[in-house]
Structure formats: structure tokens, C-alpha cells
Design a protein around this ligand. Structure first.
Ligand code: S3P
Length: 170
């Protein structure tokens, strides 16, 4: 059975954390981020985990995190890492909201952010934009397939995005 959580999925940098925090301000939900949980149990940044332990180790932590979320979370907005949508139990965790944007718009927004350098640096899979584009292309269909709700976020109008999610979730 599905828990009453909201999962935000989508590509790196699409704004899952930002939208999660905005949703908290407009509802009775609380919010967490799977990457933050993983960093906390490892006491290490994601970038360091990738460098020192490798991607497979990180994916195993995501899996552990997904099972913990299913068992323990209710009434929670869960912002997920861009690859978390692959978890086999994701549908049991909650309603899945896919934040959709073209690759170009995501990169443009990251490049124009005041802390742009930091945003790129912390994401090992954004190091090479050609590789990142390929990852985007394979994932874009899969995000759509796993989602219960799809919200286009290209205009970065947080107020509109939040109200659209809250209306659709009812
Ligand atoms: C990843 C996305 C990252 C983080 C890790 C891997 C991915 O999270 O989980 O670097 O595979 O797309 P964000 O989507 O928050 O950048």
C-alpha cells in the first residue's frame, strides 16, 4: 500500500529541494531530502562518496534509504536524488511528482544561479555536460513512466508549481 508522502523526482538541478521547501511553507507537510539523509549517515558529501566509494556504493545507500522511507515516513515531502526514481519500492513510498524540464533549461538555470559553481561542483554526474545530456535522454522517458503526476517547471514560477502540485495531489 502507498504511504501518504509526496516524492519529488526529476533530473539533477531541476529544483526538487527548492520546490520541497516551498511546499512545506504552504502545507502541513514536513520535508526531507534523500541526498541529505545519505550525507548524514555517511558524514560525507555526495561528491566525496562518489570519489571515495564509487557510484555503486552510493546507489546501495539510496536503496537502503528507499526501504527506510517506505517503512517510516508519513505526511512527508521527499525530495530525491536524480537517480532515486529507479528504486523498486518507490511506488510504495508515496505519490510521485515528476518535475519536468528540458535539459537546456536546467543547465541555463544552474549557470545563472548566484552559487552556480557550487551547484555544478557538488554533482559528480554534471562534470561532463555531454555525458549528462546522455543520462538525461535515457532517463526522461523513465521519469514519465514512474510518475503519478507530471508538472512542468521550466518557468521557475515556484508559486504556480506549488499550487499545481497541491491541487493535483488532492
Ligand atoms: C544524481 C543526482 C544527485 C545525487 C547524485 C546522483 C543522479 O542529486 O543524488 O549526485 O544520479 O541524478 P540531485 O538530483 O539533487 O542533483
Amino acid at each position: 500500500m502507498k504511504n501518504n508522502n509526496i516524492l519529488l523526482i526529476g533530473f539533477m538541478g531541476v529544483g526538487k529541494g527548492t520546490i520541497g521547501r516551498a511546499l512545506v511553507k504552504n502545507s502541513t507537510y514536513f520535508a526531507i531530502d534523500t541526498d541529505d539523509l545519505i550525507e548524514s549517515i555517511e558524514n560525507k558529501r555526495i561528491k566525496k562518496i562518489f570519489e571515495e566509494e564509487g557510484e555503486a556504493y552510493f546507489r546501495a545507500l539510496e536503496k537502503k534509504c528507499a526501504f527506510w522511507c517506505e517503512k517510516n515516513l508519513h505526511n512527508t515531502i521527499i525530495s530525491t536524488g536524480g537517480g532515486f526514481y529507479k528504486q523498486e519500492n518507490i511506488k510504495n513510498i508515496g505519490t510521485i511528482v515528476y518535475l519536468q524540464s528540458s535539459f537546456e533549461k536546467i543547465i541555463e538555470a544552474l549557470e545563472n544561479a548566484p552559487d552556480s559553481k557550487k551547484k555544478f561542483k557538488k554533482r559528480p554526474l554534471l562534470k561532463d555536460l555531454e555525458v549528462a545530456k546522455k543520462i538525461y535522454e535515457t532517463r526522461v522517458q523513465e521519469y514519465g513512466k514512474v510518475a503519478d503526476i507530471i508538472v512542468n517547471v521550466e518557468d521557475w514560477n515556484i508559486k504556480r508549481i506549488v499550487s499545481e502540485i497541491l491541487i493535483q495531489i488532492k
